[in-house]
Ligand binder design. Structure first.
Ligand SMILES: CC(C)(COP(=O)(O)OP(=O)(O)OC[C@H]1O[C@@H](n2cnc3c(N)ncnc32)[C@H](O)[C@@H]1OP(=O)(O)O)[C@@H](O)C(=O)NCCC(=O)NCCS
Length: 225
């Protein structure tokens, strides 16, 4: 497969500065993984905070699978901008759900967020949620984005384990969790969500340790332990 011929060169947290080719003149934290096939092409996968200017492209990247497995409904521009602004406030405060756009060689191709405050999870488990735009699927974007966001959790010392909750029928997302190194820990039965046949929705919880047991970070103020 194409990506198996790519050689991982580096993963780095960096800060874009005015004049940087990032979206707009603003300071943003950026996490980048660069993969290269020497002398042929370079493919970059980056996580960057989302801003209002990204909202239209973000909405265009939603399809029925995104709605079915993640959002429950199509987003409109105003609500999407409000969501991005909420994520930015949370990032500034260092609490709650924080989200990123996923850029593949400079083009917005997906979304990923983390949330340390999901009630159905155990303390210390940080929920991940993601979607990839239809045109970019099947190229390893989701697995790469999950790996990058786990590096953000480690850099910012958030949580003890990353968690992916997925309905068993969502085979693509199950595969993303497995390929990113997560293991199936338990199954949750939703107290509120039901399928069309009236049976309750179930979620498998896949977990990945962010730290060796000997190096678990202390809880930060405002965080669940
Ligand atoms: C799930 C989703 C994010 C996967 O994104 P992606 O970038 O295509 O995933 P990747 O390319 O990283 O693929 C990871 C693995 O899943 C496999 N995969 C992808 N789509 C698949 C499908 N429809 N059925 C089975 N496996 C699938 C890939 O083949 C790959 O495994 P492999 O390398 O062993 O072949 C994408 O399908 C999506 O956006 N779905 C709608 C939103 C969603 O389900 N979000 C998750 C909610 S828990």
């Amino acid at each position: 497969m194409l990506r198996s011929r790519f050689h991982p060169l580096q993963t780095r947290p960096s800060v874009a500065v005015p004049g940087d080719p990032g979206p707009g003149d603003r300071r943003v934290s950026r996490w980048t993984r660069i993969r290269a096939r020497p002398s042929v092409r370079v493919v970059t996968t980056e996580l960057r905070p989302l801003v209002a200017a990204d909202a239209a492209e973000h909405c265009r990247g939603e399809d029925e699978l995104t709605v079915r497995w993640l959002t429950g409904g199509h987003g409109d521009l105003a609500r999407t901008v409000a969501h991005f602004e909420r994520l930015a406030r949370n990032a500034a405060a260092g609490t709650g759900k924080r989200g990123f756009g996923v850029w593949r060689s400079g083009r917005l191709c997906g979304y990923i967020d983390f949330d340390p405050d999901v009630e159905v999870l155990e303390p210390g488990e940080v929920n991940l949620a993601y979607a990839v735009h239809p045109w970019a699927r099947g190229q390893g974007v989701a697995v790469e984005a999950v790996r990058l966001v786990c590096e953000v959790l480690q850099t910012e010392r958030v949580g003890r384990r990353a968690a992916i909750r997925v309905e068993p029928e969502n085979t693509a997302s199950v595969r993303v969790a497995e390929k990113a190194g997560f293991t199936h820990a338990r199954t949750l039965v939703s107290p509120t969500e039901v399928r069309s046949d009236g049976s309750p929705v179930t979620h498998r919880v896949y977990l990945l340790d962010l730290w060796p047991a000997s190096d678990v970070p202390a809880a930060q103020p405002g965080q669940r332990p």
